[in-house]
Design a protein around this ligand. Structure first.
Ligand code: NI
Length: 227
């Protein structure tokens, strides 16, 4: 399931990110690619160990932790510290699948990548091309979101970033290990949670059916969660 999560960053935060990112040097994006995807990856990144990468990444992580729609859709156990990329004219990242296991920079910790995320930092009118194309069982989805918005998709999906015709595309990208490994189980929990939130507004928190469905939600998490 592919989710569009709006307003992870405010317009002021996006401006701050871009200003800071314009002051530092960028490196070749192949540094974080697997051997196969390195052959199709043509972009630049902020260095993994640059202090700005951690600083801006921490702002994103803090915002994610307070975003109900993101938490409901991802049910995150752990999140790889966000990285940042830049595509300029004629740059692209051909079809690939993300590595299944990633090591957290500077630690022995490893994560299974259940969900891949792209947080857009450029607005769609600032560049031509540069769509994120995600393949799922229903076909191909072309994604180009407003700056500050996030796309969340299963890491099992083949995906690409099409060639930039003009302008420049800035984004943050990162991976999540979810407490709910199975995508269809996670999606059922998301649908149930969203319905409960709607019923709470319509019926109140103490309505018998709200309590029963909330109990069902938690018992399914208890049944499926891996910590
Ligand atoms: Ni990728």
């Amino acid at each position: 399931m592919i989710h569009h999560i709006p307003n992870i960053l405010s317009p002021e935060q996006v401006r701050y990110f871009r200003e800071e990112m314009s002051k530092v040097d960028w490196v070749n994006g192949k540094v974080t690619a697997g051997t196969l995807s390195a052959t199709v990856k043509h972009n630049q990144q902020l260095s993994n160990d640059h202090p700005l990468t951690k600083h801006l990444g921490d702002i994103i992580l803090e915002s994610l932790g307070q975003h109900p729609l993101f938490l409901s859709a991802a049910i995150p156990l752990d999140i790889i510290p966000p990285l940042f990329n830049r595509y300029e004219q004629h740059q692209s990242f051909g079809f690939h699948v993300d590595n299944s296991i990633r090591r957290v920079q500077g630690s022995q910790e490893r994560l299974r990548t259940d969900l891949s995320c792209t947080l857009f930092l450029s607005d769609p009118h600032e560049y031509d091309g540069g769509e994120l194309v995600i393949e799922d069982t229903y076909g191909y989805h072309e994604v180009k979101l407003p700056a500050g918005d996030l796309i969340l998709y299963p890491s099992t999906s083949l995906h690409e970033v099409t060639s930039i015709q003009s302008g420049c595309r800035l984004a943050s990208f990162f991976w999540i290990q979810s407490m709910i490994r199975d995508d269809s189980n996670r999606h059922m929990l998301f649908t149930l949670d969203q319905s409960i939130q709607q019923l709470r507004m319509e019926l109140g928190d103490q309505h018998e059916q709200v309590i029963k469905l909330t109990s069902l939600y938690h018992n399914l998490i208890r049944k499926w969660a891996e910590l």
